[in-house]
Design a binder for this molecule. Structure first.
Ligand SMILES: Cc1cc2nc3c(=O)[nH]c(=O)nc-3n(C[C@H](O)[C@H](O)[C@H](O)COP(=O)(O)OP(=O)(O)OC[C@H]3O[C@@H](n4cnc5c(N)ncnc54)[C@H](O)[C@@H]3O)c2cc1C
Length: 339
């Protein structure tokens, strides 16, 4: 049975870095640990919270149940066919290490998802995405244990109900499963997506006309580094809110008062609004409550600027939601999981 640690500080176990303690804490380092843990599940303090790298988690107060950190390591090339490599990565693998492995081996498809903090096991949960690519584009199969009956299950990508920062694991299977590994399908041929954001522009500035996979990963890493605060220096969880999806009719109403509102068409009838623009335009950059504030360079990122408590961050996020609703009539939904 994995070792039980009591009264574990969670400060260094989530990227917001606010102080909170877990009554019980376990680290699962192997399949055997997972099996032993599930076998003893009746005696484990509840509720459970499954933790990866804590890059999308905000601990708002002390946790009275058990935090279960998924720490299983290992990346394996399982097989290949004419067009694809099939690579399996265990849940605890650092996501950026997985992307680096793909880039180094010229397995194409993951390169735009470089420098996203967190673990492989969490990638399917909110279908992480960046620079025009989402995890769903390269996930082939997700393997997970059902916490209730210890059964090992698998779901093909098409059954995972992936959507914008969404999946079956945030809905029907929320809090019911422990993802232990993910099988990825990576292309043998490049199919680079360079039109998103400043990728093309920066490649041109560097004089790269025929980019290799490593050029793209390095360029996106640089662009991200300029925009987002480094979690090692400033506590944050990346984009705090999802970009709201509204109808074109709603957009036209907003445009009457805010003609410069930033939006991206996602279908003939709907658009995604840039939540960062809404917050910035509301004059909230730098706005602070207690030790939490809105980042000066990137309004979508809330930061732990001065020993914030979880309550400070929650209060700030609620204030922003209230303001955005009042100004634009739009609901902002957090991307970050409050625990
Ligand atoms: C600076 C910064 C930049 C970011 N940029 C992006 C970005 O570009 N795109 C993007 O999509 N996200 C981004 N994020 C958010 C974050 O990186 C992702 O959500 C990432 O997948 C979180 O991984 P994690 O392991 O830290 O998850 P955690 O925060 O540990 O957990 C997140 C959720 O997944 C569940 N979970 C975790 N592991 C498992 C498992 N093995 N089995 C079952 N449930 C599990 C948790 O219970 C929780 O509900 C960013 C975050 C930061 C700090």
């Amino acid at each position: 049975m994995p070792k039980l640690i009591r009264n574990q500080s969670l400060k260094s176990l989530h990227t917001f870095g606010v102080e909170a303690k877990a009554k019980h804490y376990y680290e699962l380092n192997s399949e055997i640990d997972v099996f032993d843990f599930l076998t003893e599940i009746d005696d484990i303090a509840k509720p459970l919270y499954i933790l990866g790298g804590g890059a999308n988690t905000l601990f708002t107060s002390n946790f009275k149940g058990s935090i279960v950190k998924m720490n299983m390591q290992g990346i394996t090339l399982m097989h290949q066919d004419e067009d694809y490599y099939y690579v399996e990565a265990n849940a605890g693998v650092n996501w950026d290490d997985f992307v680096a492995y793909c880039v180094e081996n010229k397995y194409y498809g993951a390169e735009n998802l470089v420098a996203i903090p967190g673990t492989v096991g969490a990638a399917p949960i909110q279908n992480i995405g960046a620079y025009g690519v989402e995890a769903k584009d390269i996930i082939h199969m997700v393997y997970f244990y059902n916490i209730d009956n210890f059964m090992l299950n698998q779901l093909e990508a098409k059954s995972c109900k992936f959507g914008y920062r969404d999946s079956i694991f945030k809905n029907e299977l929320k809090d019911k499963v422990l993802i232990n590994k993910v099988l990825f399908k990576l292309s043998k041929k490049p199919n680079f997506k360079l039109s998103y954001g400043k990728i093309n522009e920066v490649l041109e500035q560097k004089g790269v006309s025929a980019p290799q996979i490593s050029d793209i990963a390095n360029t996106i890493r640089e662009i991200r580094g300029e925009k987002l605060p480094d979690v090692k220096k400033i506590g944050n969880a990346g984009s705090f809110f999802k970009n709201p999806i509204i109808t074109i009719e709603q957009l036209n109403i907003i445009k009457k008062d805010f003609p410069k509102v930033v939006s991206y068409a996602i279908s003939d009838t709907e658009v995604k609004l840039a939540a960062g623009w809404l917050i910035d335009n509301a004059g909230l950059k730098g706005y602070a409550i207690g030790g939490a504030s809105v980042h000066q360079n990137q309004a979508l990122v809330l930061i732990n600027s001065d020993n914030a408590t979880g309550h400070d961050v929650v209060a700030l996020s609620q204030y922003i939601q209230k303001e955005i609703k009042q100004i634009y009539g739009v609901d902002l939904m957090p991307e970050v999981v409050f625990v």
